[in-house]
Design a protein around this ligand. Structure first.
Ligand SMILES: [Zn+2]
Length: 408
C-alpha cells in the first residue's frame, strides 16, 4: 500500500540560492533566461515525450499572492516572521477537539474579510497571458485562495491543498460556500461580529503583525489571538452541516449518527457527526489520492516546470519538482529566497546554457513576469498551433547572440 501523502509545514532555514544562469541576477538577465526557458525546443534530456513536451507546467505557492495582500508564511512579510508564535492548526486537533474548532473558526471569522476582498494580481494575469501564448499548459498550486481559477479559468488548475472558498462536511463530504457560512458565524456570535466591524473600520486587519494590530486598537493575547472580554473563544459558536442536521447519516458501524444544535443552530458537542471544516488540506491531513495523481499527471504532461513563489517547503510540492527533475524536465525557479533542496534540480546543467536547461531567479514574480510578457510580445512571440513551435522562437534562438547584445 502507498504511504499517504501528508501536508506538513516546514519552517527550517533555507540557504540563499545560486543564480542560474549567472546574469539572471538582474531583471534584464532574468527575463532573457526565462524567455529562453519557456520558448526552447523540448529538452533532449526528457526521458519520454508524453503529453506536450513543448509546454510548461506552473507550480505556484504563497509568494505569488503576497502582492494581493495575503501574507506568505516564510517571506519578509510572512506569518512566521511577523507573528513568531503563529502555529497552524493540525487536522487531528480540528477533528478531535471542539475547543480547537472554536478557536479556529473565531480566527477564520476575523480573517475572512481580508481574503474575501483580496483579488488576483499581475502574476496570476501574467500566467493567463502565458497560457494564451500557448506556453503554459497547466497549473498546480499550493495556494488555497482560488486566485488562479479566477484569473485564468481557461488554464486547468489543480489546487493541491484545496481551497478556502468552501467548507466540507467531515461526515457527508458535501461542500458549502464559505460566504454564507460567514453570515452564519456573525449571526451566532454577535459580539465578535461587532468587534470585526470595528477592526475593519480601524484597519487593524490589514496586517498580520500583532504589534501593528495592537497599535490600531485590536486587543490581542501574546500569542497573537483575539479573546474578547465579553466573548472569549470558549463561547464562540459555529453551525452544523445542514445536510447532516436534516438527515443524520448512518455511521460505519451501522448506527445512525446524532447531530444536535442549540436553539440558534450552533453545533453541540453531544453530536457525533456534522462537523464542517474548510475545504483545504490542513496540516497533518493527507492529500486525496485523486489529487495526488492529477498533480503527477500535470507534471508528466508537460516538458518543463516553472516554479513560482514557493520555497517548495512542503513535501507535497517538493516531490513534484523532484518528479519533474527525474523525468529530465528543465526547471526554472522564480522565488524570493531559497528553495528546499534546489541544488539537486540544477546539477549537471550544460556549460554555457542560457536558461533553456534551467533558471534560478531570486526575485518576486510580480516584478518579473509582467516584464517577461512584454518581452515575449516584443520579440513577436505567438503560438501558431498548439504544440508547434512558432517561427518567432526559432528566430530568437538562431539570433540569440544578437539578442543578448541588444539587452546588454
Ligand atoms: Zn454533512
Amino acid at each position: 500500500m502507498q504511504k499517504p501523502l501528508l501536508r506538513i509545514p516546514y519552517t527550517g532555514p533555507l540557504p540563499p540560492p545560486t543564480i542560474i544562469p549567472r546574469n539572471a541576477n538582474t531583471l534584464i538577465g532574468a527575463i532573457a533566461a526565462l524567455s529562453n526557458f519557456l520558448t526552447a525546443p523540448p529538452s533532449p534530456s526528457l526521458r519520454d515525450s508524453a503529453g506536450d513536451p513543448h509546454s510548461t507546467v506552473v507550480l505556484s505557492g504563497a509568494g505569488i499572492s503576497v502582492a494581493s495582500g495575503l501574507a506568505d508564511y516564510r517571506g519578509t512579510n510572512g506569518t512566521y516572521r511577523q507573528n513568531k508564535s503563529y502555529r497552524p492548526i493540525y487536522y487531528h486537533e480540528f477533528l478531535a477537539n471542539h475547543e480547537a474548532r472554536k478557536r479556529y473558526w473565531a480566527r477564520s471569522f476575523l480573517g475572512w474579510p481580508t481574503l474575501h476582498k483580496a483579488k488576483p494580481n499581475q502574476t496570476h494575469f501574467a500566467i493567463k497571458s502565458l497560457g494564451e501564448l500557448g506556453l503554459v499548459r497547466s497549473v498546480v498550486t499550493q495556494n488555497v485562495d482560488s486566485f488562479h481559477s479566477i484569473a485564468h479559468p481557461e488554464i486547468p488548475t489543480l489546487e493541491l491543498h484545496g481551497y478556502l472558498r468552501a467548507l466540507r462536511c467531515v461526515t457527508c463530504h458535501n461542500d458549502l460556500p464559505r460566504e454564507s457560512f460567514q453570515d452564519a458565524l456573525a449571526r451566532l456570535n454577535p459580539a465578535w461580529a461587532a468587534f470585526l466591524a470595528e477592526a475593519i473600520e480601524a484597519g487593524a486587519l490589514d496586517t498580520e503583525n500583532p504589534d501593528e494590530r495592537r497599535a490600531k486598537g485590536m486587543k490581542m493575547n501574546p500569542d497573537g489571538d483575539v479573546d474578547l472580554p465579553d466573548a472569549p473563544y470558549t463561547t464562540f459558536r459555529y453551525p452544523a452541516c445542514p445536510h447532516c442536521l436534516a438527515n443524520p447519516p448512518i455511521a460505519a458501524d451501522g448506527t445512525r449518527t446524532k447531530v444536535e444544535v442549540d436553539h440558534e443552530g450552533a453545533w453541540k458537542p453531544t453530536s457525533t457527526a456534522g462537523v464542517l471544516k474548510p475545504a483545504v488540506v490542513m496540516f497533518g491531513e493527507s492529500i486525496a489520492s485523486s489529487v495526488k495523481e492529477a498533480a503527477e499527471q500535470a507534471i508528466d504532461g508537460s516538458g518543463r516546470l516553472l516554479v513560482l513563489g514557493t520555497s517548495l517547503a512542503t513535501y507535497s510540492a517538493w516531490r513534484l519538482a523532484k518528479r519533474a527533475h527525474e523525468r529530465g524536465m528543465p526547471i526554472a525557479i522564480l522565488n524570493l529566497g531559497g528553495a528546499r533542496g534546489e541544488e539537486a534540480f540544477f546539477s549537471n546543467l550544460p556549460i554555457g546554457q542560457k536558461g533553456e536547461s534551467g533558471v534560478r531567479v531570486d526575485m518576486g514574480t510580480d516584478k518579473v513576469l509582467p516584464e517577461l510578457l512584454d518581452h515575449l510580445r516584443r520579440i513577436g512571440y505567438a503560438q501558431t498551433h498548439s504544440g508547434n513551435v512558432s517561427r518567432a522562437i526559432d528566430e530568437e534562438h538562431k539570433n540569440s547572440r544578437m539578442f543578448k547584445d541588444m539587452l546588454s
